[in-house]
Design a binder for this molecule. Sequence first.
Ligand code: PMP
Length: 301
Amino acid sequence: MGEQWIYLDGEFVRKEDAKISVFDHGFLYGDGVFEGIRVYNGNVYKLEEHLIRLYNSAKSIMLEIPYTMDEMTEIIVETLKKNELSDAYIRLVISRGVGNLGLDPASCSSPQIVVIAEELAIYPKEFYDNGLDIITVATRRNSPDVLSPKVKSLNYLNNILVKIEASLAGVSEALMLNNEGYVAEGSADNIFILRGGVLFTPPGYIGALEGITRQAIVELADELGYDLREEPFTRHDVYTADEVFLTGTAAEVIAVVKVDGRIIGDGKPGKETQRLLEAFREKVVEDGVRVYPSESEIEIG
Ligand code: PMP
């Protein structure tokens, strides 16, 4: 990749020049929202769904995004073109903007819009071939009545603490429980388990991000004829599952083969997990907004 161009408040600037004020409330207080979006072969995957989640998160924290969804789509498309990327990861960040040192967002003049597009840092192949060894951690998912996990806010400390606990334990990912001890999600991914031929994923009210990949898998499972139930489950159910996998924009669908030292199934990525990953990958291009080859061909999909 040549020069990297960042969209920063209405213009494209070089990566080295993409700087924001220390008085930005995103920096001072984590006051803002974001999205992580993937581009497959020139098609922005589930762009509309990501934008809806972004605008809903913003609405929830009373942050008014100064662009319509169509305008935001244009900005994303332009950022990809400017960077000549067709397989990429996009980070969209909307912060409250520059204000004074007080907490009150009323001092912030206008939101700061940042779009970063870069080449995808794909997870190592052995993660998919061998599956993940994960743990559950002491850090609980923040409760929906405190800061709703449905808001994809710039406050990711909860998730960062999970990553720290995972690293200290020498594993790459970990599960959070909610306040009642039900399994919520990973640090940046949703969870599914397969037991006796039935797929389970925690329901929204457990307290987890409403993952776009999670929803895609729910729909795919339906198409493929799986019995899928959105029901709360515990660590015990995970330990005794036949298969476990995580879903997320970056990871797609990734098998888990060990949880807290308990081997899942036969200790290898499960057959159904593999099937769902393959089916997911077959659909990613058709479920995207096309960016290339020409502007006139841009379609919302
Ligand atoms: N949970 C959390 C906390 C996340 O940050 C993410 C990544 N956005 C996910 C789940 C997975 O969501 P998605 O499939 O939309 O990437």
